[in-house]
Write a protein that binds this ligand. Structure first.
Ligand code: NAD
Ligand code: 6OD
Length: 484
């Protein structure tokens, strides 16, 4: 049994709120206890972060700060296996996935934003003045201050460091509230921060739930200068309301109901591989995943048969085994929610091409398992086709024309991502431009260059992070005008 403590001012401390259990999703076993922060610990974390900002961190030259962030990346890599095991125990995701995506990206976020901040530039303008002597304007990039970082459970280390790394690179300090489901890697990162010499108070972690608990205590705390959040759209709305007090900036990366669009000229094998991952990777618990699939009529049946075969080929089992390709979903509550949609799809008369229920997974009876599932035949206004389910499932609809596919893809309150499959170059560019999302992939899915703008349109979020866009959120530009 591991006890997850809060990390405040460089020390691991017990919280004053009621502790809660941490479960291994593959078996449902209790494997740890989370010491939840009350208002007092959240307050202490915010004060420690403020003090660090005014102390050595605030005075540290940029090159030294960037060098320390590179050491954080090295520190994660040096303890790769510990981070990997911690992430697998918290989420149940297969080792093959976490070792290729979650942990390497957790480290890479620190090197990428160390590079970014050391190469960033700002504007300068010379201007004429009536006395003919002129003036010079230049912009200084200054940190925002103490940043509240609120994270989800689906890619815990990856998504937390995606925010912490640029925030620290810009000279801010942070208080992180990891998801209550996944306390482990944020806590372990505290040890790395201490080991590599990040000053106390720069990186703080408070554990607990969201509403009326650590999440809300943090986002409503007047000592927080900006909030970055990834999670559900409804939570994003609550956080935006909290941020309105004191006019604090927010960056919101929210939910999606992403459409995949497959034209009949697509390379079928490449499409099946890419779209298979888009529908089922991480048991469908990826905000960028494809839960609506629009397929041109000429290849619909072949695509449906191929995808159903892919769904049935997933190996559900021990997440620590290299043979396992799909883990459970995160919690009993989430499994029940996903299975309610599975039942609703059947009740509404969907044709189930694969899965559709809860599997038996040998030796893992208490785990939170659901089958990878494919439906056809539901109307576009079905809640199964409209709501984000966040499970390993997708609904397929046939279309005839490019215009029809674009209209279907855009008929959603969300606007996070799309994955378009075609070998027609003109059609690829037209469709990528016409689908109202923040991220369009063509003949690819979740192919990430961390310098690119990342974020959603409509109900999928506000703002862009990534590369210079992260610097724009995590710093402010102060214009200096000097009369010559
Ligand atoms: P969630 O919104 O339930 O929780 C996210 C975090 O917010 C947790 O730490 C939670 O404790 C906290 N929280 C909840 N209520 C709060 C409140 N009132 N005040 C402050 N904090 C609060 O999301 P989740 O279930 O952890 O994650 C899944 C969701 O995240 C999905 O909707 C998914 O699409 C979305 N997501 C989006 C992106 C993106 O980049 N757009 C990435 C990953 C996940
Ligand atoms: O790759 C990233 O940087 C990122 N933010 C991925 C988000 C995945 C959502 O589940």
């Amino acid at each position: 049994m591991t006890t997850y403590l809060n990390f405040i001012d460089g020390a691991f401390v017990k919280g004053s709120a009621d502790p809660f259990a941490n479960h291994f999703p593959a078996t449902g076993e209790v494997i740890g206890e989370v010491s939840a922060a009350g208002r007092a610990e959240v307050d202490a974390a915010v004060h420690a972060a403020r003090a660090a900002l005014k102390g050595p961190w605030g005075r540290m030259p940029l090159a030294e700060r960037a060098a320390l962030l590179r050491k954080v990346a090295e520190g994660i890599n040096a303890r790769f296996d510990e981070f990997l095991a911690a992430e697998i125990r918290d989420t149940g995701k297969p080792r093959s996935l976490a070792s290729h995506i979650d942990i390497p990206r957790g480290a890479a976020n620190f090197t990428v934003f160390a590079d970014q901040i050391t190469t960033a530039s700002t504007e300068a303008f010379e201007m004429p003045t009536p006395d003919g002597k002129g003036a010079l304007n230049y912009a200084l990039r200054v940190p925002r201050g103490v940043i509240g970082v609120v994270c989800p459970w689906n890619l815990p280390l990856l998504l937390m460091t995606w925010k912490v790394a640029p925030a620290l690179a810009c000279g801010n300090t942070v208080v992180v509230k990891p998801s209550e489901e996944t306390p482990a890697t944020a806590t372990l990162l505290g040890e790395v921060m201490n080991a590599v010499g990040i000053p106390p108070g720069v990186y703080n972690v408070v554990h607990g739930m969201g509403p009326d608990a650590a999440g809300e205590f943090l986002t409503t705390h007047p000592g927080i200068d900006g909030i970055t959040f990834t999670g559900e759209t409804r939570t994003g709305e609550a956080i935006m309301r909290a941020a309105a007090t004191g006019v604090r900036p927010v960056s919101l990366e929210l939910g999606g109901k992403n459409a995949g669009i497959i034209f009949d000229d697509a390379d079928l094998d490449a499409t099946l591989e890419g779209i298979g991952r888009a529908c089922f990777a991480n048991s469908g618990q990826v905000c960028l995943g494809t839960e609506r699939l629009y397929v041109q009529r000429g290849i619909f049946d072949r695509l449906a048969a191929g995808l159903a075969e892919k769904a049935r080929a997933y190996q559900l089992g021990d997440p620590f085994s290299d043979a396992t390709t799909m883990g459970p979903v995160i919690s009993a509550e989430h499994r029940d929610k996903v299975l309610r949609y599975y039942d609703q799809a059947k009740a509404e008369g969907a044709t189930v091409l694969a899965g559709g229920g809860a599997p038996e997974v040998g030796g893992h009876a208490g785990g939170y398992w659901v089958q990878p599932t494919i439906w056809t035949g539901l109307p576009e206004n079905s809640p199964v086709v409209r709501n984000e389910i966040f499970g390993p499932c997708t609904h397929m609809t046939a279309f005839d024309t490019e215009e029809e596919a674009i209209a279907l893809a855009n008929d959603t309150p969300y606007g996070l991502a799309t994955s378009i499959w075609t070998t027609n170059l003109g059609r690829a560019h037209r469709t990528a431009k016409a689908v109202d999302v923040g991220i369009s992939w063509i003949n690819a899915w979740f192919l990430r260059d961390l310098r690119t703008p990342f974020g959603g349109s409509k109900a999928s979020g506000i703002g862009r992070e990534g590369g210079v866009h992260s610097l724009e959120f995590y710093s402010e530009l102060r214009n200096v005008c000097i009369k010559l």
